[in-house]
Design a protein around this ligand. Sequence first.
Ligand code: MSP
Length: 648
Amino acid sequence: MSLKWYVTTPIYYVNARPHVGTLYSTVLADVSARWKRLMGIPVFFLTGTDEHGQKVAEAAEKAQKDPRAFVDTLVPDFVSVWKRYNISYDHFVRTTDESHVTAVQKWIQLLQERGDIYKSVYEGWYDQSQEAFLTDKDLEFRPGLPDQPISLLSGNVARRVSEECYFFRLSAYQGRLLHFYKEHPDFITPHERLQEVISFVESGLKDLSISRKGLTWGIPFPGDPEQVVYVWADALNNYLTAIGWGDEKRGDAWKSWWPADMQVMAKDIVRFHAVYWPAFLMALGLEMPKLLVHGWITVDGKKMSKSLGNVVDPMVLADKYAPDVVRYYLVRYLAVTQDANFSYADLEHRANTDLANDFGNLVNRLLVLAAKHSVIEVRGEIASDEAAERLKTFAAEMLAQFEQEMNRGYFHQAYAHVQRLVHAINSYFHEQEPWKLVAKNRDQFVAVLATTAHAIGYAATLLYPVMPQTIEKLFEAFGVLVGSENARQLLNGAWWEQPLTLRQIPPLFIKYEPAAQPAQPKETPVQSNEQKTSQPSEKTVITIDDLAKVELVVGTITHAEDVPNSEKIYRMTVDLGSCGVRTICAGVKQSFAVTDLIGKKTIFVANLPPRKLMGIESQGMMLVVPDAQGKQTLVSINEAVPNGTRLR
Ligand code: MSP
């Protein structure tokens, strides 16, 4: 494990304002940086802007501005959004920074000296929206339009380019790159993405044009006033120049940070980072970084685009919800490993259930109860009975799993573990019924409050990287500072001895009114056989996209109980793995005893809106299938399938 943590985001093109996609990458990098700092590890967190290139030059011309003046007006948009979201970057690099420009020129000169650069003519296609040179595989030729092929990288029409330029001998690195991928399957997380890169490289690498002729908006190519450095060769080097590579005044300081430990980006720019970038580094004889590649975000199921008017502005989001709530939703519910959908309704639902109900309410109930019975401070009065010990053990075991997921960048899964802890603390608090204890046994009452408060603090420390402002407020109530010292204590168990004040504070989260839902039948979470057969018989044809919308997930029923006054319903607690632990009601009383259900693994629909059944909020639906007699049975699932696995 590295004793430092160098984490980066892509440097964003300045000509688009920050949106929920760029926010997502930046928040992931921030969460990772904050977590490492909390663990006492020295961190360098880099973000910034990519300001050169033909696209920016043309946008400046359109705005009738000098490109430099133009980019200067755009950069503050990024800085202010990151500030609003408490992005704790250590440095904001701009590719127009003098130090970056000089270092990139030095890089070109070094490569020239090593024989990696030569001058020739580029004849081919260029995708200006991606600032990418295209191979035949990246193009789709349309009948009758031989000179207007579509770039498969962006869907835009590619331009024919024929110009003299400088080439980097990328083809010479093909074998070394393939060898490197083979030896380092952990180069890219998730590792499935590495396969796409390997296929691309195996299909043959051509030398890469690293300069453009006739453009003025770019880094002047050393020794050739007619050329500027190709924007990707310029931009990729930011990860080195920002830490001081190529700057004699800063000496070897960059060596204490390089190689980068986590370079966050979406899948759209993997080729640049997983093929060109390692080859550039190999040319310098430098070590390889590690990449975290997340999926593409759509909004309410659609690609974000100006023309659809669905581009999500982070500032509008922050005004409507708190930045911490948005951060939590992005980190916990948009899985790093897949393309993900951003939905306002889902955000509100998760904010209500996870934050306002599960976490916020718990904190509130604890602090109100403590104030009511004058418990101002708890010292080490942790309960030592079995329930408290179980909770402590649960927390310690959860921490190990949490850390593992955090280290590899599976943040959504790491926070699913924290959510399990929050559920366990809620169960502990309810089972102990401290409000009943107060009259009978004050010592035990205080011990239960102390145990609950410490367990909340434990979960809160892990939530801090995602919701720094909120957790700071909570720790203020507890009279402790969130810092590496606390986090270490937490790790070694001393946390449970930490004196905590129990000062009342306003609720940490607000609840959002859910959007109107279509009327639901009162008590039918599972359709009975009779109901099914009475449905109209014509079949509705659905598309594969309709099917993909249904999140069918494997879960284990960890608890089931009777719902009094209901002929049909049981209330169950279901462990849905990364989808969390949920309360799910099922109308299956006629077919099962509770003991038939507890411990069973089966299939649940995980993305239905929650609904109230007999006053209980049901957060999903269990699938059942009738046998020949019409009795409901469970769909059986192999025990080896982990909870949270989605059916495909
Ligand atoms: N300037 C280049 C990157 C150079 S890095 C040396 C660039 N800039 S960009 O502004 O287009 O940013 C692309 C990145 O923004 C993606 O890789 C991703 O990190 C983020 N995202 C932009 N839109 C996104 C989505 N819709 N979904 C997820 N991430 C998105 O490419």
